[in-house]
Write a protein that binds this ligand. Structure first.
Ligand code: C5P
Length: 401
């Protein structure tokens, strides 16, 4: 189990149009294993109902100070006591002003003033409200007070204008909160990794690829960033959201991926090869689209691609190396054979039919000490457990050196 799985946050929702994104945010925080307890201002209830957030979070939603469900009438103290953070999303300009001045005139503002945990604020407002010197003064003061601000982003706004002030997307906020809460087991460590498929061109419009979505690799990048690592991510084509804080290089073919890995390999402390690299490439891709003929068969000569992981592991002073093995049968045997042949420190093995394109995954981890199985869970949670294991093994290997 990852260490943040037992953590809980208060999600404070204030009265802005972006309150509709709070529903999605509850879900995305839940994916990370974080327990969510929602507190809403009166204005927020005008935009989204407590019932929605109660159903999605599975916990009672609180909206006022005098809620009889808290036996000692100390809701403003009780609700934050076992929480790792209060996350305000969306945070209106007005609510931020209240935080700056220490107002305590409703449950959420009182809770913030009486908290003994971190406060994370995701602003959402019209661009002129955001740019107003009063708001900018408040932002500077909140930062001085040690409050973490997430966003805002720039883009289309509900008022029809375009500019700064849009709340970050729910996934981005959930990732940032998870990163904030994660134990910093890889602080200052340089992680180089590959993810996604590769695309090997046949001609100007066609190519050979595979069904890797990049989900597992991107989740590992996010988990490593959350653990404090500096992550360089070399990714084949993927439609996954780019992990915030990763240094991303996008590539197409295995040859491009290999060149990018070679470029960054020197400073890497850990290498994680998650990419599903195509085993073969077309010897001479055609510059123009190959025209179809009704009768003739088409023959393509395929050449083997370099094994990027084996190259990294074979360096004179290799980083701590982690490989993946997707098999359709004999998982443990094939994965262990791969680990020994490629001389990698750790292999993460999964059944291809369980993993490809899915949102969750079931993996086993094989290293010198044997095999550890992880329970089936969302890829985000599995990624955190994999990163925790990598951190433990990396530190042990470093001590032995
Ligand atoms: O040999 P196979 O493709 O099953 O090996 C899987 C592991 O090796 C993965 O970690 C993958 O990223 C890596 N690999 C690589 N370069 C290749 C083939 C696989 O880095 N050409």
């Amino acid at each position: 189990m990852s260490d943040i799985t037992s953590k809980k946050v208060v999600l404070g929702v204030t009265g802005g149009v972006a309150a509709y994104k709070a529903a999605e945010l509850v879900r995305r925080l839940g994916d990370q294993g974080i327990g969510v307890h929602v507190v809403m201002t009166e204005a927020a209830c005008g935009f989204i109902t407590p019932a929605t957030l109660q159903a999605l979070s599975g916990n009672p939603v609180y909206t006022d100070m005098w809620d009889a469900r808290i036996s000692n009438s100390m809701a403003h103290i009780e609700l934050s006591r076992d929480k790792a953070a209060i996350v305000i999303a969306p945070a209106t300009a007005d609510f931020m002003a209240k935080l700056v001045h220490g107002h305590a005139d409703d449950l959420l503002s009182t809770l913030c003033l009486a908290r003994d945990c971190a406060l994370i604020v995701a602003p959402a407002m019209n661009r002129q409200m955001w740019e107003n010197p009063a708001t900018q003064r408040n932002v500077a003061q909140l930062e001085k007070d040690g409050i973490t601000l997430l966003g805002p982003a720039s883009g289309d706004q509900a008022c029809g204008e375009t500019g700064n002030g849009r709340m970050l997307e729910a996934q981005e906020i959930a990732d940032a909160v998870a990163a904030f809460l994660a134990p910093k087991t890889l602080a200052g460590v340089n992680v180089l990794m590959t993810a996604g498929p590769t695309f090997e061109p046949i001609d100007a419009v066609r190519g050979i690829t595979n069904r890797s979505s990049g989900k597992m690799g991107y989740a590992i990048a996010r988990a490593a960033i959350g653990a404090g690592a500096k992550v360089t991510l070399i990714s084949g084509p993927s439609s996954q959201p780019i992990p915030a804080g990763a240094m991303l290089t996008q590539v197409q073919s295995a040859a491009d991926m290999f060149a990018a890995v070679k470029k960054h390999a020197k400073g890497a402390d850990i290498f994680i090869g998650v990419a599903a690299v195509a085993d073969y490439r077309v010897e001479t891709p055609s510059e123009h689209k190959i025209k179809k003929t009704e009768s003739d068969a088409l023959t393509l000569k395929l050449l083997p691609n370099p094994d990027i992981l084996a190259w990294v592991a074979g360096q004179a002073k290799p980083p701590f190396t982690v490989g993946f093995a997707a098999e359709s049968q004999n998982l443990e045997n094939y994965a262990d054979e791969k680990r020994r042949r490629k001389k990698v420190n750790l292999i993460v093995a999964n059944l291809a039919q369980n993993a490809i394109g899915a949102d969750d995954n079931e993996v086993m981890l094989l290293d010198d000490s044997g095999t550890h199985k992880l329970m089936r869970a969302p890829k985000e949670a599995v990624a955190k457990d994999i990163v925790a294991r990598i951190a433990t093994l990396y530190k042990a290997a470093k001590k032995r050196r």
